[in-house]
Design a protein around this ligand. Structure first.
Ligand SMILES: [Zn+2]
Length: 137
């Protein structure tokens, strides 16, 4: 798994002794470049230090990740809208398909418009995948 947190962040593990029992518990913290704790907690004992560090780095990066997802969603919506318009314009400009390849391959329709028809079909398939909708013919 890649490290989701920026490089200035630092993981700190500090043992805290209990004066009454003699046991200790490890406090795990992610600090920013100024030493301010961004995320932290005590391990439950079920996770090793490496797993706790990985979880804390994910928690610390949550606001950054949420902002990134929001930005990607906006970009995705803009791209989908542009793709829909582009497909519509290209489809409107294409003549009705009139393949005569069964008589004399490759026919003039396929020679002239085959590549763009495939590109439109690919674009529609990608759009359908991106929007989770059925491919529109
Ligand atoms: Zn043809």
């Amino acid at each position: 798994m890649s490290d989701p947190s920026p490089s200035p962040w630092r993981y700190v593990a500090e043992d805290h002794a209990f004066c009454d029992t003699g046991d200790f518990e490890t406090e795990h913290t992610i600090e920013d470049a100024f030493g301010v704790a961004i995320a932290g907690g005590f391990a439950s004992g079920r996770l090793d230090d490496e797993q706790v560090e990985a979880n804390l780095r994910l928690m610390a990066s949550a606001p950054e990740m949420a902002a990134r997802i929001e930005k990607l969603d906006a970009q995705n919506k803009a791209l989908i809208s542009a793709m829909e318009g582009f497909i519509q314009e290209v489809t409107d400009a294409l003549p009705t398909q009139n393949c005569e390849c069964h008589r004399a391959p490759p026919c003039s329709d396929c020679s002239e418009y085959g590549a763009i028809r495939i590109a439109v079909a690919d674009a529609k398939a990608s759009l359908a995948k991106a929007t989770g909708q059925e491919i529109q013919k």
